[in-house]
Design a protein around this ligand. Sequence first.
Ligand code: UD1
Ligand code: MG
Length: 457
Amino acid sequence: MEVVILAAGKGTRMHSALPKVLHQIGGRPMLLRVLDAAVSLSPDAIHVVVGVGAERAIAIAEEAYPDAGINWVTQKEQLGTGHAVREALPGLKQSDADNSVLILLGDVPLITRSTLQQVIDHCGPEQVSLLTSRVSLPEGFGRIIRNRDGDVAAIVEELDASPEQKRINEVNSGIMAVSALRLRAWLDALDTGNNQGEYYLTDIVAMAHADEVRIRATVVDETEVIGVNNKSQLAFLERHYQMGIANTLLEQGVTLLDPARLDVRGDVDCGRDVQIDVNVVLEGQVRLGDGVTVGANCVIKDSTIGTGTKILAGTHIEGAEIGKQISIGPMARIRPGTVLGDGCKIGNFVETKNAVIGEGSKANHLAYIGDAVIGDDCNIGAGAVFCNYDGANKHQTRLGNHVFVGSNSVLIAPVTLEDNAFVAAGSSVSSDVPAGSLAVARVKQRNVPGWKRPRKK
Ligand code: UD1
Ligand code: MG
Protein backbone atom coordinates (compact mmCIF):
# COMPACT_ATOMS: atom_id res chain seq x y z
CA MET A 1 0.00 0.00 0.00
CA GLU A 2 1.26 3.45 -0.91
CA VAL A 3 -0.22 6.76 0.24
CA VAL A 4 -0.83 9.80 -1.94
CA ILE A 5 -1.65 13.04 -0.10
CA LEU A 6 -3.19 15.85 -2.13
CA ALA A 7 -1.95 19.20 -0.92
CA ALA A 8 -1.40 21.33 -3.99
CA GLY A 9 -4.58 23.38 -3.96
CA LYS A 10 -4.62 27.14 -3.71
CA GLY A 11 -7.18 27.21 -0.96
CA THR A 12 -8.87 30.17 -2.64
CA ARG A 13 -11.73 30.09 -0.18
CA MET A 14 -9.34 30.65 2.74
CA HIS A 15 -8.44 34.15 1.46
CA SER A 16 -4.94 33.79 2.84
CA ALA A 17 -1.32 34.04 1.71
CA LEU A 18 -0.60 30.85 3.66
CA PRO A 19 -1.19 27.65 1.65
CA LYS A 20 -4.37 26.00 2.90
CA VAL A 21 -2.77 22.80 4.17
CA LEU A 22 -0.40 24.80 6.38
CA HIS A 23 -3.23 26.34 8.37
CA GLN A 24 -3.27 24.79 11.82
CA ILE A 25 -5.61 22.72 13.92
CA GLY A 26 -4.56 22.51 17.55
CA GLY A 27 -1.34 24.33 16.71
CA ARG A 28 -0.25 21.73 14.11
CA PRO A 29 -0.41 22.36 10.35
CA MET A 30 -3.16 20.29 8.75
CA LEU A 31 -0.65 18.69 6.38
CA LEU A 32 1.36 17.38 9.34
CA ARG A 33 -1.77 15.94 10.93
CA VAL A 34 -2.51 14.06 7.71
CA LEU A 35 1.12 12.94 7.56
CA ASP A 36 0.88 11.75 11.18
CA ALA A 37 -1.96 9.44 10.14
CA ALA A 38 -0.15 8.33 6.98
CA VAL A 39 3.12 7.56 8.74
CA SER A 40 1.30 5.60 11.45
CA LEU A 41 0.18 3.11 8.77
CA SER A 42 3.79 2.33 7.75
CA PRO A 43 3.00 2.38 4.03
CA ASP A 44 5.50 1.33 1.37
CA ALA A 45 5.79 4.95 0.26
CA ILE A 46 4.24 8.36 0.90
CA HIS A 47 3.78 10.70 -2.04
CA VAL A 48 2.68 14.27 -1.40
CA VAL A 49 1.39 16.38 -4.26
CA VAL A 50 2.25 20.04 -3.69
CA GLY A 51 1.84 23.14 -5.79
CA VAL A 52 0.97 26.50 -4.33
CA GLY A 53 3.42 27.23 -1.49
CA ALA A 54 5.29 23.96 -2.15
CA GLU A 55 8.57 25.14 -0.63
CA ARG A 56 7.02 26.00 2.70
CA ALA A 57 5.03 22.80 2.83
CA ILE A 58 8.11 20.71 2.03
CA ALA A 59 10.26 22.52 4.61
CA ILE A 60 7.68 22.04 7.37
CA ALA A 61 7.03 18.38 6.57
CA GLU A 62 10.69 17.46 6.15
CA GLU A 63 11.47 19.06 9.49
CA ALA A 64 8.75 17.02 11.19
CA TYR A 65 9.53 13.80 9.30
CA PRO A 66 13.18 13.92 8.18
CA ASP A 67 13.38 10.13 7.80
CA ALA A 68 10.03 9.39 6.18
CA GLY A 69 11.51 9.54 2.67
CA ILE A 70 8.50 11.48 1.39
CA ASN A 71 8.28 11.60 -2.39
CA TRP A 72 7.38 15.18 -3.30
CA VAL A 73 5.38 15.60 -6.48
CA THR A 74 4.88 19.04 -7.94
CA GLN A 75 1.59 19.79 -9.62
CA LYS A 76 2.33 22.99 -11.52
CA GLU A 77 -1.25 23.77 -12.45
CA GLN A 78 -4.11 22.84 -10.15
CA LEU A 79 -6.35 21.11 -12.63
CA GLY A 80 -8.29 19.11 -10.07
CA THR A 81 -7.95 16.24 -7.62
CA GLY A 82 -7.90 13.63 -10.41
CA HIS A 83 -5.08 15.46 -12.17
CA ALA A 84 -3.19 15.71 -8.87
CA VAL A 85 -3.31 11.94 -8.33
CA ARG A 86 -2.29 11.36 -11.95
CA GLU A 87 0.81 13.50 -11.40
CA ALA A 88 1.81 11.17 -8.56
CA LEU A 89 1.42 7.95 -10.58
CA PRO A 90 4.87 7.88 -12.24
CA GLY A 91 6.44 7.84 -8.77
CA LEU A 92 4.47 4.83 -7.50
CA LYS A 93 6.64 1.85 -6.70
CA GLN A 94 4.10 -0.85 -7.47
CA SER A 95 1.06 -0.96 -9.68
CA ASP A 96 0.09 -4.59 -9.80
CA ALA A 97 -3.26 -6.09 -8.89
CA ASP A 98 -2.46 -6.68 -5.23
CA ASN A 99 -1.44 -3.12 -4.48
CA SER A 100 -3.68 -0.32 -3.39
CA VAL A 101 -3.19 3.41 -3.27
CA LEU A 102 -4.63 5.24 -0.29
CA ILE A 103 -5.54 8.79 -1.26
CA LEU A 104 -5.71 11.37 1.52
CA LEU A 105 -6.61 15.04 1.33
CA GLY A 106 -4.35 17.60 2.97
CA ASP A 107 -7.42 19.55 4.06
CA VAL A 108 -9.08 16.68 5.97
CA PRO A 109 -6.86 16.77 9.05
CA LEU A 110 -8.59 14.83 11.83
CA ILE A 111 -8.58 11.46 10.16
CA THR A 112 -7.45 8.68 12.48
CA ARG A 113 -5.23 5.69 11.93
CA SER A 114 -7.97 3.22 12.82
CA THR A 115 -10.44 4.64 10.31
CA LEU A 116 -7.82 4.60 7.57
CA GLN A 117 -7.01 1.01 8.45
CA GLN A 118 -10.69 0.14 7.85
CA VAL A 119 -10.62 1.87 4.48
CA ILE A 120 -7.53 -0.14 3.52
CA ASP A 121 -8.97 -3.40 4.84
CA HIS A 122 -12.08 -2.84 2.72
CA CYS A 123 -10.06 -2.51 -0.48
CA GLY A 124 -9.47 -5.96 -1.91
CA PRO A 125 -7.51 -6.65 -5.09
CA GLU A 126 -8.85 -4.55 -7.96
CA GLN A 127 -11.42 -2.87 -5.72
CA VAL A 128 -12.34 0.62 -4.53
CA SER A 129 -12.93 1.56 -0.91
CA LEU A 130 -14.48 4.92 -0.03
CA LEU A 131 -14.80 6.76 3.24
CA THR A 132 -18.12 8.53 3.55
CA SER A 133 -20.23 10.16 6.19
CA ARG A 134 -23.85 11.09 6.76
CA VAL A 135 -23.91 14.75 7.68
CA SER A 136 -26.51 17.29 8.70
CA LEU A 137 -25.22 19.96 6.31
CA PRO A 138 -23.99 18.25 3.12
CA GLU A 139 -23.45 21.52 1.24
CA GLY A 140 -20.06 21.76 -0.43
CA PHE A 141 -19.30 18.04 -0.37
CA GLY A 142 -19.46 15.49 -3.17
CA ARG A 143 -22.65 13.41 -2.74
CA ILE A 144 -22.62 9.62 -2.72
CA ILE A 145 -25.01 8.26 -5.32
CA ARG A 146 -26.28 4.76 -4.59
CA ASN A 147 -28.34 2.58 -6.92
CA ARG A 148 -31.53 0.73 -5.99
CA ASP A 149 -29.52 -2.09 -4.43
CA GLY A 150 -27.77 0.43 -2.21
CA ASP A 151 -24.45 0.04 -4.01
CA VAL A 152 -22.33 3.11 -4.57
CA ALA A 153 -22.64 4.05 -8.22
CA ALA A 154 -21.09 7.51 -8.46
CA ILE A 155 -20.04 10.68 -6.68
CA VAL A 156 -21.53 13.96 -7.81
CA GLU A 157 -19.89 17.23 -6.84
CA GLU A 158 -21.97 20.02 -5.29
CA LEU A 159 -21.72 22.27 -8.34
CA ASP A 160 -22.82 19.49 -10.67
CA ALA A 161 -25.58 18.07 -8.49
CA SER A 162 -29.28 18.27 -9.34
CA PRO A 163 -31.59 19.69 -6.65
CA GLU A 164 -32.61 16.13 -5.86
CA GLN A 165 -28.99 14.97 -5.53
CA LYS A 166 -28.24 17.95 -3.31
CA ARG A 167 -30.66 16.52 -0.78
CA ILE A 168 -28.50 13.41 -0.35
CA ASN A 169 -26.79 13.64 3.00
CA GLU A 170 -24.18 10.92 2.51
CA VAL A 171 -21.05 12.73 1.45
CA ASN A 172 -17.60 11.91 0.15
CA SER A 173 -14.77 12.44 2.62
CA GLY A 174 -12.37 12.55 -0.32
CA ILE A 175 -10.41 9.70 1.23
CA MET A 176 -10.31 6.48 -0.72
CA ALA A 177 -8.24 3.39 -1.36
CA VAL A 178 -8.06 2.21 -4.95
CA SER A 179 -6.45 -0.74 -6.67
CA ALA A 180 -3.20 0.60 -8.09
CA LEU A 181 -3.68 -1.41 -11.28
CA ARG A 182 -7.14 0.03 -12.02
CA LEU A 183 -6.39 3.59 -10.88
CA ARG A 184 -4.10 4.37 -13.80
CA ALA A 185 -6.64 3.44 -16.47
CA TRP A 186 -9.48 5.35 -14.79
CA LEU A 187 -7.39 8.49 -14.29
CA ASP A 188 -6.36 8.42 -17.94
CA ALA A 189 -10.03 8.40 -18.90
CA LEU A 190 -10.98 11.49 -16.82
CA ASP A 191 -12.18 14.61 -18.57
CA THR A 192 -13.08 18.14 -17.54
CA GLY A 193 -16.69 18.09 -18.66
CA ASN A 194 -18.11 19.46 -15.41
CA ASN A 195 -19.09 22.78 -13.93
CA GLN A 196 -15.63 23.47 -12.53
CA GLY A 197 -13.73 22.39 -15.65
CA GLU A 198 -11.52 20.18 -13.48
CA TYR A 199 -10.34 16.59 -13.55
CA TYR A 200 -12.36 15.17 -10.66
CA LEU A 201 -10.86 12.23 -8.82
CA THR A 202 -14.40 11.42 -7.76
CA ASP A 203 -15.36 10.56 -11.35
CA ILE A 204 -13.40 7.31 -11.11
CA VAL A 205 -16.16 5.96 -8.88
CA ALA A 206 -18.71 5.94 -11.73
CA MET A 207 -16.05 4.31 -13.94
CA ALA A 208 -15.43 1.62 -11.37
CA HIS A 209 -19.15 1.02 -11.11
CA ALA A 210 -19.43 0.75 -14.92
CA ASP A 211 -16.52 -1.71 -14.87
CA GLU A 212 -18.44 -3.75 -12.27
CA VAL A 213 -15.67 -3.30 -9.76
CA ARG A 214 -16.65 -3.74 -6.14
CA ILE A 215 -16.96 -0.39 -4.32
CA ARG A 216 -17.21 -0.50 -0.56
CA ALA A 217 -18.10 2.53 1.52
CA THR A 218 -17.06 2.87 5.14
CA VAL A 219 -19.39 5.32 6.85
CA VAL A 220 -17.94 7.25 9.80
CA ASP A 221 -18.81 10.15 12.06
CA GLU A 222 -18.74 13.47 10.26
CA THR A 223 -16.25 15.21 12.51
CA GLU A 224 -13.47 12.86 11.49
CA VAL A 225 -13.88 13.55 7.81
CA ILE A 226 -14.81 17.20 7.77
CA GLY A 227 -12.70 19.13 5.31
CA VAL A 228 -11.45 22.67 5.62
CA ASN A 229 -12.16 24.91 2.67
CA ASN A 230 -12.75 28.19 4.47
CA LYS A 231 -12.04 29.92 7.76
CA SER A 232 -15.40 29.07 9.21
CA GLN A 233 -14.77 25.33 8.70
CA LEU A 234 -11.29 25.81 10.14
CA ALA A 235 -12.80 27.42 13.23
CA PHE A 236 -15.45 24.72 13.52
CA LEU A 237 -12.87 21.95 13.33
CA GLU A 238 -10.61 23.72 15.81
CA ARG A 239 -13.45 23.91 18.34
CA HIS A 240 -14.33 20.27 17.74
CA TYR A 241 -10.70 19.25 18.21
CA GLN A 242 -10.35 21.32 21.39
CA MET A 243 -13.54 19.89 22.86
CA GLY A 244 -12.11 16.42 22.25
CA ILE A 245 -8.92 17.27 24.16
CA ALA A 246 -10.91 18.88 26.97
CA ASN A 247 -13.08 15.79 27.30
CA THR A 248 -10.01 13.55 27.47
CA LEU A 249 -8.57 15.72 30.26
CA LEU A 250 -11.88 15.66 32.14
CA GLU A 251 -11.97 11.88 31.86
CA GLN A 252 -8.46 11.78 33.33
CA GLY A 253 -9.71 13.76 36.33
CA VAL A 254 -8.51 17.25 35.46
CA THR A 255 -10.85 20.00 36.68
CA LEU A 256 -11.64 22.44 33.88
CA LEU A 257 -13.69 25.40 35.03
CA ASP A 258 -15.01 25.66 31.48
CA PRO A 259 -14.02 22.95 28.99
CA ALA A 260 -14.94 25.30 26.14
CA ARG A 261 -12.35 27.83 27.25
CA LEU A 262 -9.17 25.79 27.20
CA ASP A 263 -6.91 25.56 24.16
CA VAL A 264 -4.26 22.89 23.84
CA ARG A 265 -1.83 23.31 20.97
CA GLY A 266 0.47 20.41 21.59
CA ASP A 267 0.64 17.67 24.20
CA VAL A 268 -0.37 18.11 27.79
CA ASP A 269 0.24 15.64 30.54
CA CYS A 270 -1.53 16.26 33.86
CA GLY A 271 -1.11 14.67 37.28
CA ARG A 272 -3.92 14.19 39.80
CA ASP A 273 -6.10 17.06 41.00
CA VAL A 274 -4.96 19.58 38.44
CA GLN A 275 -7.29 22.54 38.12
CA ILE A 276 -7.39 24.86 35.13
CA ASP A 277 -9.36 28.08 35.08
CA VAL A 278 -10.81 29.74 31.99
CA ASN A 279 -9.01 31.00 28.87
CA VAL A 280 -5.84 29.04 29.34
CA VAL A 281 -3.62 28.18 26.37
CA LEU A 282 -1.21 25.25 26.65
CA GLU A 283 1.32 24.96 23.83
CA GLY A 284 4.00 22.47 22.85
CA GLN A 285 4.95 19.95 25.53
CA VAL A 286 3.41 20.87 28.87
CA ARG A 287 3.53 18.77 32.01
CA LEU A 288 1.45 19.82 35.02
CA GLY A 289 2.25 17.89 38.20
CA ASP A 290 -0.18 16.76 40.91
CA GLY A 291 -2.28 19.51 42.45
CA VAL A 292 -1.16 22.25 40.07
CA THR A 293 -3.63 25.07 39.63
CA VAL A 294 -3.58 27.35 36.62
CA GLY A 295 -5.43 30.64 36.92
CA ALA A 296 -7.45 32.41 34.26
CA ASN A 297 -5.80 33.76 31.10
CA CYS A 298 -2.47 31.97 31.44
CA VAL A 299 -0.31 30.82 28.52
CA ILE A 300 2.08 27.94 29.24
CA LYS A 301 4.41 26.66 26.55
CA ASP A 302 6.98 23.84 26.59
CA SER A 303 7.28 23.79 30.37
CA THR A 304 7.12 21.48 33.35
CA ILE A 305 5.28 22.59 36.48
CA GLY A 306 5.95 20.73 39.72
CA THR A 307 3.53 19.36 42.32
CA GLY A 308 1.34 21.84 44.15
CA THR A 309 2.50 24.89 42.25
CA LYS A 310 -0.01 27.68 41.73
CA ILE A 311 0.08 29.73 38.56
CA LEU A 312 -2.01 32.82 39.13
CA ALA A 313 -4.04 34.66 36.51
CA GLY A 314 -2.48 36.29 33.48
CA THR A 315 0.89 34.55 33.73
CA HIS A 316 2.98 33.56 30.71
CA ILE A 317 5.47 30.72 31.03
CA GLU A 318 7.68 29.42 28.24
CA GLY A 319 10.58 26.97 28.18
CA ALA A 320 10.73 26.77 31.95
CA GLU A 321 11.24 24.14 34.58
CA ILE A 322 9.14 25.08 37.59
CA GLY A 323 9.59 23.20 40.86
CA LYS A 324 7.12 22.21 43.55
CA GLN A 325 4.92 24.35 45.79
CA ILE A 326 5.73 27.57 43.96
CA SER A 327 3.47 30.55 43.51
CA ILE A 328 3.81 32.52 40.28
CA GLY A 329 1.91 35.64 39.26
CA PRO A 330 -0.58 37.08 38.82
CA MET A 331 0.80 38.56 35.60
CA ALA A 332 4.31 37.21 35.71
CA ARG A 333 6.38 36.44 32.64
CA ILE A 334 8.62 33.40 32.89
CA ARG A 335 10.80 33.14 29.80
CA PRO A 336 12.96 30.35 28.36
CA GLY A 337 15.78 29.03 30.48
CA THR A 338 14.07 29.78 33.76
CA VAL A 339 14.49 27.08 36.42
CA LEU A 340 12.67 27.70 39.69
CA GLY A 341 13.54 25.72 42.81
CA ASP A 342 10.87 24.36 45.15
CA GLY A 343 9.00 26.86 47.27
CA CYS A 344 9.98 29.96 45.25
CA LYS A 345 7.66 32.89 44.93
CA ILE A 346 7.44 35.00 41.80
CA GLY A 347 4.95 37.83 42.11
CA ASN A 348 3.22 40.26 39.82
CA PHE A 349 5.05 41.94 36.95
CA VAL A 350 8.21 39.92 37.43
CA GLU A 351 10.05 38.81 34.31
CA THR A 352 12.65 36.06 34.40
CA LYS A 353 14.83 34.78 31.56
CA ASN A 354 17.71 32.33 31.64
CA ALA A 355 17.52 32.44 35.39
CA VAL A 356 18.16 29.57 37.77
CA ILE A 357 16.59 30.47 41.07
CA GLY A 358 17.19 28.38 44.21
CA GLU A 359 14.69 26.96 46.67
CA GLY A 360 12.58 29.36 48.67
CA SER A 361 13.82 32.50 46.93
CA LYS A 362 11.37 35.31 46.30
CA ALA A 363 10.83 38.10 43.82
CA ASN A 364 7.44 39.35 44.82
CA HIS A 365 6.94 42.41 42.67
CA LEU A 366 8.13 44.27 39.56
CA ALA A 367 11.54 42.84 38.75
CA TYR A 368 13.61 41.80 35.75
CA ILE A 369 15.84 38.81 36.41
CA GLY A 370 17.83 37.89 33.30
CA ASP A 371 20.92 35.68 32.95
CA ALA A 372 21.15 34.95 36.64
CA VAL A 373 22.03 32.17 39.00
CA ILE A 374 20.43 32.78 42.37
CA GLY A 375 20.91 30.62 45.47
CA ASP A 376 18.38 29.58 48.08
CA ASP A 377 16.24 31.88 50.25
CA CYS A 378 17.16 35.11 48.49
CA ASN A 379 14.87 38.10 48.41
CA ILE A 380 14.72 40.27 45.31
CA GLY A 381 13.01 43.56 46.13
CA ALA A 382 10.43 45.44 44.11
CA GLY A 383 11.83 47.15 41.06
CA ALA A 384 15.14 45.26 41.06
CA VAL A 385 16.69 44.98 37.63
CA PHE A 386 19.41 42.57 36.60
CA CYS A 387 21.26 44.53 33.91
CA ASN A 388 22.43 41.66 31.77
CA TYR A 389 23.01 43.45 28.49
CA ASP A 390 25.74 45.99 27.80
CA GLY A 391 24.45 46.82 24.36
CA ALA A 392 26.56 44.15 22.71
CA ASN A 393 26.89 41.14 25.00
CA LYS A 394 24.97 39.40 27.75
CA HIS A 395 26.57 38.89 31.15
CA GLN A 396 25.65 36.87 34.20
CA THR A 397 24.73 37.90 37.72
CA ARG A 398 25.38 35.40 40.49
CA LEU A 399 23.83 35.45 43.94
CA GLY A 400 24.76 33.06 46.77
CA ASN A 401 22.27 31.97 49.43
CA HIS A 402 20.28 34.35 51.67
CA VAL A 403 21.10 37.40 49.56
CA PHE A 404 18.85 40.42 49.99
CA VAL A 405 18.50 42.84 47.10
CA GLY A 406 16.76 46.04 48.21
CA SER A 407 14.05 47.66 46.16
CA ASN A 408 14.84 49.52 42.99
CA SER A 409 18.42 48.29 42.83
CA VAL A 410 20.24 47.54 39.63
CA LEU A 411 22.78 44.73 39.52
CA ILE A 412 25.13 45.41 36.63
CA ALA A 413 26.45 42.14 35.24
CA PRO A 414 28.90 40.52 35.38
CA VAL A 415 28.68 40.74 39.13
CA THR A 416 28.59 38.31 42.06
CA LEU A 417 26.86 38.77 45.41
CA GLU A 418 28.10 36.20 47.88
CA ASP A 419 26.11 34.44 50.63
CA ASN A 420 24.22 36.77 52.97
CA ALA A 421 25.13 39.89 50.97
CA PHE A 422 22.69 42.75 51.45
CA VAL A 423 22.10 45.46 48.88
CA ALA A 424 20.63 48.71 50.13
CA ALA A 425 17.54 49.90 48.31
CA GLY A 426 18.20 52.07 45.29
CA SER A 427 21.78 50.89 44.79
CA SER A 428 23.59 50.44 41.49
CA VAL A 429 25.83 47.48 42.10
CA SER A 430 28.65 46.99 39.62
CA SER A 431 31.30 45.35 41.81
CA ASP A 432 31.13 42.05 43.63
CA VAL A 433 29.75 42.03 47.18
CA PRO A 434 31.59 39.77 49.65
CA ALA A 435 29.70 37.38 51.90
CA GLY A 436 27.80 39.02 54.73
CA SER A 437 28.49 42.58 53.50
CA LEU A 438 26.13 45.48 52.95
CA ALA A 439 26.49 47.24 49.62
CA VAL A 440 25.25 50.81 49.52
CA ALA A 441 25.76 52.29 46.11
CA ARG A 442 23.67 55.41 45.79
CA VAL A 443 24.12 59.15 46.15
CA LYS A 444 24.01 60.18 49.80
CA GLN A 445 20.93 62.13 50.79
CA ARG A 446 21.38 65.87 51.39
CA ASN A 447 18.60 67.93 52.98
CA VAL A 448 18.37 71.66 52.18
CA PRO A 449 16.49 73.43 55.01
CA GLY A 450 13.98 76.13 54.06
CA TRP A 451 14.26 75.33 50.40
CA LYS A 452 12.19 77.59 48.12
CA ARG A 453 10.18 75.83 45.48
CA PRO A 454 10.44 77.11 41.90
CA ARG A 455 7.67 79.55 40.95
CA LYS A 456 5.73 79.62 37.71
CA LYS A 457 6.97 82.42 35.38
C1 UD1 B 1 -13.20 17.31 -2.56
C2 UD1 B 1 -13.98 16.22 -3.30
C3 UD1 B 1 -15.39 16.14 -2.70
C4 UD1 B 1 -15.28 15.84 -1.21
C5 UD1 B 1 -14.40 16.88 -0.52
C6 UD1 B 1 -14.15 16.45 0.89
C7 UD1 B 1 -13.19 16.13 -5.62
C8 UD1 B 1 -13.46 16.52 -7.01
N1 UD1 B 1 -14.09 16.56 -4.68
O1 UD1 B 1 -13.84 18.55 -2.79
O2 UD1 B 1 -16.12 15.09 -3.32
O3 UD1 B 1 -16.58 15.84 -0.64
O4 UD1 B 1 -13.12 16.99 -1.18
O5 UD1 B 1 -13.45 17.43 1.62
O6 UD1 B 1 -12.26 15.42 -5.36
N2 UD1 B 1 -5.86 19.49 -4.63
C9 UD1 B 1 -4.68 19.32 -5.32
N3 UD1 B 1 -4.65 19.65 -6.64
C10 UD1 B 1 -5.73 20.13 -7.29
C11 UD1 B 1 -6.92 20.30 -6.57
C12 UD1 B 1 -6.96 19.97 -5.23
O7 UD1 B 1 -3.67 18.87 -4.77
O8 UD1 B 1 -5.61 20.39 -8.50
C13 UD1 B 1 -5.88 19.16 -3.18
C14 UD1 B 1 -6.18 20.35 -2.30
O9 UD1 B 1 -4.99 20.95 -1.84
C15 UD1 B 1 -6.95 19.74 -1.15
C16 UD1 B 1 -7.59 18.49 -1.75
O10 UD1 B 1 -6.91 18.24 -2.97
O11 UD1 B 1 -6.10 19.36 -0.09
C17 UD1 B 1 -9.07 18.66 -2.02
O12 UD1 B 1 -9.27 19.76 -2.89
P1 UD1 B 1 -10.46 20.79 -2.68
O13 UD1 B 1 -10.39 21.80 -3.75
O14 UD1 B 1 -10.51 21.25 -1.30
O15 UD1 B 1 -11.72 19.84 -2.99
P2 UD1 B 1 -13.18 19.97 -2.37
O16 UD1 B 1 -13.91 21.02 -3.12
O17 UD1 B 1 -13.11 20.10 -0.92
MG1 MG C 1 -11.57 20.55 0.34
